[in-house]
Write a protein that binds this ligand. Structure first.
Ligand code: DQA
Length: 145
């Protein structure tokens, strides 16, 4: 059995569904996990899905992905714009890294224009809402095929 795909989610994404729905939509993180698990299951690959509000825990999970994952899909949420520790951890990975955002940070406030994830990412899916996660899983499945 090949290694699992990791999907890691940063701070406040546990509140999807009710958090600023005009920006992030009404789909919950549990719904997102379910649709991604269904896609992975259909392809016969395991998927390890996590959310944390803690920067250190996110770094630890990225390090774990370096050893355990076949690919990483990451929505680092606000840590995207602040965390050099996260960028350093991402540089450990020798697997595809797909950056996901529900919104398109490039079209938002100036403080969201700083991005510490993109320099380490293979590619990204931005601004498609919850569907972006499914698009990222599909892209990873194609890459791993
Ligand atoms: C986000 C965009 C970030 O700027 C923001 O801090 C988030 C969510 C997104 O998915 O659109 O928490 O990562």
């Amino acid at each position: 059995m090949s290694k699992p795909i990791y999907i890691l989610n940063g701070p406040n994404l546990n509140r999807l569904g009710s958090r600023e729905p005009e920006i992030y939509g009404t789909t919950t993180l549990a719904d997102i996990e379910q649709s991604c698990q269904a896609l992975a299951q259909k392809a016969g690959i395991n998927l390890s899905f996590h959310q944390t509000n803690d920067e250190g825990e996110l770094v630890t999970l990225v390090q774990e992905a370096a050893d355990e994952a076949s690919a990483l899909i990451l929505n680092a949420a606000a840590y995207t714009h602040t965390s050099i520790a996260l960028l350093d951890a991402l540089k450990l990975l020798e697997i595809p890294i797909i950056e996901v955002h529900l919104s398109n940070p490039a079209a938002r406030e100036p403080f969201r224009q700083t991005n510490y994830v993109s320099p380490a990412a293979t590619s990204g899916v931005f601004g498609f809402g919850a569907v972006g996660y499914e698009m990222a899983v599909q892209a990873v499945l194609r890459l791993l095929d």
